[in-house]
Write a protein that binds this ligand. Structure first.
Ligand code: DHB
Ligand code: FE
Length: 280
């Protein structure tokens, strides 16, 4: 049977991708950020996932305002890096796992959790930047990836609790897949940030740290946060942290914190990262 072996959450700031693509990772501003992910790359190498499910948000890249699915599950064989205004990032095409995707779609939808099935999608920095942070810059990504895009760009996004429960349904789906696959579930986005308006540049480290502590504990504080609390405390884009709740929902009630990193800022954003494994 397939199994979710770890949950990996991290920020997905586009400037991190630009620093990689433009060869700026050795600049002091960036060494502060990238040094926090050296250990993560080693952990991922040891975990050797067969598949990664990457829960991210599309930043009006693949989906225009014409169609905004709440939860969109990638079921394609591959996903090209999107052009977000500067040409597609020079990173490998993301290979999918259509069979596991189809299985998850079937299990989760029949579990009364309606997903949008997406058979063609380009992926933006929300997915490609975290892949770089976990796997570096290889010629090919080390494993197939299943993208799950969550709407946080158009009100109303799903609640954190709904995201957490989706994580539970995904876990059930994965654990009923007959092949022995080691699956890592990633949640990307956040932490506190606001990129426009009078509060642009807002960062709230106390809020972020409480969120990380909650994920490493029983998660109830994080799961019960309301949209208005994310907005008020973590800035307009702090809502991206709901993606982390999908990843946390796919884990046991009790988890072990394998690694944590937090630094401020990268671009406009507090960079947070946590790796969780199931407690025995
Ligand atoms: C920034 C952060 C994001 O999460 C994003 O999607 C876009 C921009 C930033 O800090 O610049
Ligand atoms: Fe974002």
């Amino acid at each position: 049977m397939a199994k979710i072996i770890a949950s990996v959450c991290c920020s997905h700031v586009p400037a991190i991708g630009a620093a990689i693509d433009l060869g700026k990772t050795q600049e002091p501003y960036w060494t502060r950020v990238f040094s926090g992910f050296e250990k993560s790359k080693k952990i991922l190498e040891e975990l050797k996932p067969d598949v990664c499910i990457v829960v991210f948000n599309d930043h009006a890249t693949a989906f225009s305002m014409d169609i905004v699915p709440t939860f969109a599950l990638g079921c394609a064989a591959e996903y090209a890096p999107a052009d977000e205004g500067w040409g597609p990032r020079p990173v490998p095409v993301v290979k999918g796992h259509p069979d596991l995707s189809a299985h998850i779609a079937k299990s989760v939808i029949l579990d009364e959790f309606d997903l949008t099935v997406v058979n063609k999608m380009e992926v933006d920095h929300g997915l490609t930047v975290p892949l770089n942070l976990m796997f570096g810059s290889p010629k090919e990504w080390p494993c197939p990836v299943i993208p799950l895009a969550v709407n946080v760009v158009l009100f109303p996004p799903p609640t954190g609790k709904r995201c957490f429960n989706l994580g539970k349904a995904i876990r059930k789906a994965v654990e009923s897949y007959p092949e022995d696959l080691r699956v890592v579930i990633m949640g990307t986005g956040g932490m506190s940030h606001q990129i426009s308006g009078p509060r642009a540049g807002l960062i709230n480290s106390d809020f972020d740290k409480a969120f990380l502590d909650s994920l490493a504990g029983d998660a109830s504080h994080a799961v019960n946060l309301k949209h208005i609390e994310f907005m008020r405390e973590a800035g307009a884009e702090g809502i991206e942290m709901v993606m982390w709740l999908v990843a946390r929902g796919a884990m046991n009630e009790k988890v072990v914190e394998k690694y944590r990193f937090y630094t401020v800022p990268a671009s406009n954003t507090a960079v947070g990262h946590i790796i969780l494994e199931n407690a025995a």
